[in-house]
Every structure is written in C-alpha cells, then in structure tokens.
Design a protein around this ligand. Structure first.
Ligand SMILES: Nc1nc2c(ncn2[C@@H]2O[C@H](COP(=O)(O)OP(=O)(O)O)[C@@H](O)[C@H]2O)c(=O)[nH]1
Ligand SMILES: [Mg+2]
Length: 379
C-alpha cells in the first residue's frame, strides 16, 4: 500500500512539475498563451460577486483559443482626445478585445504625450503602439493654391457647413483617405478596425469580426450608411467619372454602382458608409485601383478646395472597384458615434449581445439611412 501511494504521489508531483514548467515556458515564449492564461485575465471572467456567468465564460474561452487574424485596432487621435479615447478603448476591450487580444495602434500628427500613452495603455489588455504621422502624409501640399482654398473655406463657413472652415479636418480626411495604411506601424497588418474617440459599443461581441471577414472573403465592413452633405463634395462625382472612364479595367461587372447612383452612374445619390466604424482589409486600399483613384482625386485639390470626406471616397471605391459581395453590414455590432446609433434589431442579435442601446432608436429606421437602398442591391 505504502509503496503504491508513494508511486502515485510521485507521479502526481512529476505531472505537476511538468505542467508548471511547460506553463512557465509558454508564458514567456508565447505572448498569446501568457495573455489568455494570466490570472489578471481570468479574473475578468468573474462577475461582481465572483461567480462565473456560464454562457459568457464559455464563448469567451472559445474565442481565446481560436486562431487570430493579422489585424489591429486603429485609432487616430489628438492628445486632447485622451478622455474620449480611454472611454472608447475601455468599451471595445470590455465588449470583445480582452478575449481576443488584438493589438491597438494609435496615430497622431504630433508626438503622443506621456499622459496619453499611460492612460490609454492602462485600459488595454494587450499591446498598444503609438506612432507619429509623417508630415508629408498630413499637411496640405505646397502646390495647393491657398488663396483659393481659403476662399472656399470662407464660403463654407458662411453656409454653416460642418467643419467648413477647418484645415485640420481636411488634413484628417485626406490622411484617412490616402495615407493611414502606408504608416510604418501598420505595414505588418492586413486588417484594421477603425475606432474613434468618444464612440460607444453597445453589445457584447461573441465572435471575432476579423475572422468573419477573412472566412467570408469580405474586404469592407460597416454599421451605418447615410447620405453625405452635398456642399462638401460638389465635384467628387465628376472626378470619379473621369477616373472610371480612364480605368475601365478596375470596374468589375458585379460592382455596386446601383448603391451609389439611381441613374446608372450619371449622378451620385450621396450614399456612403459612415467611416467612424470600419473593419476592412488594408490590402484593398494598398492595391493599384485604389491608389490610382486616390492619386487622381488628390491631384484635383478637392480635399482642400472642397471638403471631401474619407467616408464617400472610401465608399465609392469599395463599391466600384470590387464585386458587391465583398461588402459586409455588421448588423449585430451596436455602435454609436454621435448623433447616430446603429442598434441591432434583427435575428435576436440584440438579446444575444446583451445590447444596452434602444433598438427603436436605431439610425437604420430614419429617413437619412441608405440601408434600405443598400439592402435592395446587396441581397
Ligand atoms: N491627430 C489628429 N486626429 C484628428 C484631428 N482631427 C480629427 N482627428 C481624429 O480623426 C477622427 C475623426 O475626427 P472627428 O473630430 O471625430 O470628426 P467627425 O467624426 O467627422 O465629427 C477622430 O478619430 C479624431 O480623433 C487632428 O487634427 N489630429
Ligand atoms: Mg468622430
């Protein structure tokens, strides 16, 4: 008896020793393994009274062990945005990312302050990287006629057009249109999720949206589609038509022109995907069709002589330079960027995601939404 117990005890001790040794080796050598098995993260799965929520912990455990996409969560922000950045990051970490651990990248045309980095890193479960945008990717090019640009800004201010007088807003729109995906910190990634300061994520996300995009062969995902202010893009469609005429090779047969236009491309109906939420494939923006389109648009000076937003520019490209099945509506992701909220209404998504938003007040039901038009075309 004593001999048997001794052997059994020795085996148990040996197994424990091997287990602890392997755990230590993996924790040091595999960042993901260390993250998902750390006590700090395990604690997060306990509810306020220390009891596990069985549904929650099951899907969280499943998410943790799945393979990851080559992806990052991206935020462009100013140092003064720190409070709103922390609030957006906290929400997305809580609703998804603490279970999947995608790295965050923060970009700014100025160096990030120590305070910004410290406050934001403190609410991130994994890696956070902070980068400065090269001057030539941000500031108004020298060849832009500043007198003409100033006159246009003054005119927009007199018409009360939102951000009409702002040069920095124009820099931001042009950067988001043509440069963010060229930043050195983003070169290693294919996928990005754009998050802005001061947004809300209203529902728990129980799957990995990047993997969804990958597995379903998508390139662009959105939550809200609406009409652009026509005064900000008077000549964007003319410039687009010029480009299309010169580059028929970039327009596949089954594109989504009918989402953008009611008259087969003659005029633009102003529908676009709101770009404060984007989950997309940077290789699409890095590809020949988009780079040529951006360069064509940029050469007209329209980002400064008018006030072209990155949202219509991205949307037009996503709709025209690829087949329509590449675009995905993330109906089940509750996202709010004031003044509009997309709140899931269908397929039990609101209940499943334990959403805090009011589905009755989802932007989808308003007359400004392009969703119905989009659905007619995409489904
Ligand atoms: N670094 C930096 N980020 C900016 C600047 N202007 C806007 N942003 C960021 O660009 C995004 C869109 O700007 P926002 O002010 O939210 O514009 P809106 O959503 O169109 O009202 C947000 O992520 C902002 O933090 C700027 O001058 N510098
Ligand atoms: Mg915003």
């Amino acid at each position: 008896m004593a001999l048997k117990a001794n052997t059994a005890t020795r085996r148990i001790l040996l197994a424990m020793f091997i287990g602890i040794t392997l755990h230590s080796i993996f924790s040091y050598t595999h960042e993901d393994y260390g993250r998902v098995t750390s006590l700090r993260n395990m604690n997060l799965h306990l509810s306020w009274d220390g009891v596990m929520d069985p549904d929650q912990s099951l899907f969280e455990a499943a998410l943790m062990t799945q393979p990851k996409a080559n992806a990052t969560i991206l935020m462009l922000a100013r140092n003064s945005d720190v409070d709103s950045a922390v609030q957006s990051v906290t929400q997305l970490e809580d609703k998804l990312n603490r279970n999947v651990g995608y790295p965050w990248v923060f970009l700014n045309e100025e160096p990030f302050s120590e305070e910004f980095k410290r406050r934001v890193s403190n609410v991130i479960s994994g890696v956070a990287k902070f980068g400065q945008i090269p001057q030539e990717h941000w500031f108004q090019s020298d060849w832009i006629d500043e007198e003409k640009a100033q006159a246009s800004r003054d005119e927009m201010v007199s018409q009360n057009i939102i951000y009409g007088g702002s040069v920095s807003y124009r820099n931001m729109c042009r950067f988001n249109s043509g440069f963010f995906f060229r930043h050195s910190l983003l070169q290693e990634y294919k996928w990005y999720w754009r998050v802005e300061p001061d947004v809300q994520f209203h529902c728990h996300i129980d799957y990995d949206p990047f993997r969804y995009m990958e597995e379903h062969n998508k390139t662009y995902g959105y939550t809200v589609t609406l009409e652009e202010y026509v005064q900000t893009i008077p000549t964007l469609w003319a410039a687009t038509k010029e480009f299309i005429a010169g580059h028929p090779e970039h327009i596949p047969q089954d594109n989504s022109m009918s989402y953008l236009s009611y008259d087969n491309g003659d005029s633009y109906n102003l529908c676009h995907f709101w770009s404060n939420f984007q989950i997309a494939d940077m290789d699409f923006w890095r590809g020949e069709a988009y780079i040529q389109y951006f360069e064509h648009l940029d050469s007209t000076g329209g980002f400064y002589y008018e006030r072209w937003g990155d949202a219509p520019v991205h949307s037009i490209a996503a709709a025209l330079f690829q087949s329509k099945d590449k675009i995905h509506f993330f109906d089940d992701i509750g996202h709010e960027h004031r003044p509009f909220t997309h709140c899931p209404q269908r397929d039990g998504a609101w209940t499943r995601g334990k959403c805090g938003c009011d589905p009755e007040r989802s932007f989808d039901d308003t007359r400004w939404s392009c969703l119905e038009r989009r659905e007619r075309i995409f489904n």
